[in-house]
Design a binder for this molecule. Structure first.
Ligand code: 2P0
Length: 352
């Protein structure tokens, strides 16, 4: 009877992360192995997050199910979701094989229910928080002993950037050398508490779905951009070392310059792709000019922009400059810019 078939359940949240050294390019599309390392700041779960509940039971229908924002998703056509679930099931099977007193959860079908509190697929890193939450929820349900870094290997197969959302603070994704991806992992460079003054303001220029999906855009860039090779060979390795030092020293001007330059280099390789790819628009460019204008008017670097695969701006600044940066950005962009989609999110980067 159904009463002898318990429902096991775990609920978790995962935050969005915003890269300051961008992941763009895969050396292996199936395993999501990147052409270069990347580094991100994890945002506060209080503002942007995915909430996921994973449950399993012998009562459930035979096939695993996943719903996102109330809409059922077709898991069987998502190789990435299947890869994550099969990796997690094997880890659970290992536990069950070693301890026969454990319930055999690995043979039960899963029901995963996920909800974002921000626009999906609008260049707001929804896949990062989504797959990180999925992996964390099932790992918790299965009571897996693996560390966040070990789980990042699984989340990476869901979406590359998801591997960086399993940790707080400043997180590096080491690209790794091995063909099987076992050394392509995320690690915390510094905890949130190391630099708690960091803030991020998200300027939502458009909540529409983006034009060119990341995977497709990356492949076009890898295959056609001449600037891209130099980015991978020398530009990113030097910037990774420099930004890790800036984070260690809490050197905001240095952190800011590297962040802005890497966003610009990433979008330059997009423009250099054939056919060219555009993610930034006129409103994005107005935000770039505003950040440079604020910095030059103040006479020191108080804010830094970065843009992902979409037009939305993320502006990093320190708490002490909050009124100056967030106040000015809202006053100018919020009221005067045509095509402004809003809303703004001010988020404590870093405090989870
Ligand atoms: C990043 N982006 O580092 C970069 C910067 C967009 C621009 O990671 O194909 O959704 O799932 O591995 O992770 C967006 O790419 O791509 C991304 P997949 P993902 O955050």
């Amino acid at each position: 009877s159904d009463s002898s078939k318990p429902v096991y359940r775990a609920t978790t949240t995962a935050p969005v992360n915003i890269a300051v050294i961008k992941y763009w390019g895969k050396r292996d599309v199936t395993l999501n192995l990147p052409t270069n390392p990347s580094l991100s700041v994890t945002l506060s779960q209080r503002s942007l997050r995915t909430l996921t509940t994973a449950s399993c039971s012998a009562k459930f229908p035979k096939d695993d199910t996943l719903s996102l924002n109330g809409k059922p998703q077709d898991i069987s056509s998502s190789k990435r979701t299947l890869a994550c679930l099969s990796n997690l099931r094997s880890l659970r099977q290992q536990l069950e094989a070693a301890d026969s007193s454990l319930p055999k959860l690995s043979v039960l079908s899963l029901r995963i229910v996920s909800e974002n509190n921000f626009p999906t697929a609008a260049g707001l890193a929804s896949s990062a928080a989504g797959f990180a939450a999925l992996v964390r929820a099932v790992a918790d349900l299965y009571q897996l002993p693996q560390s966040a870094t070990e789980l990042s290997r699984i989340a990476r197969q869901g979406s590359g950037s998801a591997c960086r959302s399993l940790m707080g603070g400043y997180v590096a994704w080491r690209s790794g050398d091995l063909a099987d991806g076992s050394d392509s992992l995320a690690e915390e460079v510094a905890p949130a508490s190391h630099w708690p003054e960091m803030r991020a303001l998200i300027l939502v220029v458009s909540a529409e779905k983006k034009d060119v999906p990341s995977t497709e855009g990356m492949q076009t860039t890898v295959g056609t951009s001449e600037l891209f090779a130099r980015r991978v060979e020398s530009v990113v390795p030097e910037r990774m070392a420099a930004i890790e030092a800036a984070i260690r020293d809490r050197d905001f001007p240095k952190f800011a310059e590297i962040t802005m330059r890497d966003s610009n280099t990433f979008h330059a390789t997009c423009l250099d792709s054939w056919p060219p790819i555009f993610y930034m628009n006129d409103v994005s460019r107005a935000a770039v000019r505003l950040v440079h204008d604020i910095n030059s008017a103040v006479g020191r670097t108080v804010c830094a922009y970065t843009f992902d695969a979409g037009p939305n701006a993320v502006i990093y600044y320190e708490e002490k400059d909050s009124a100056l940066v967030a106040g000015t950005a809202k006053a100018i962009l919020g009221s005067n810019t045509e095509g402004w989609g809003g809303p703004f999110y001010e988020t404590l980067a870093n405090v989870t």
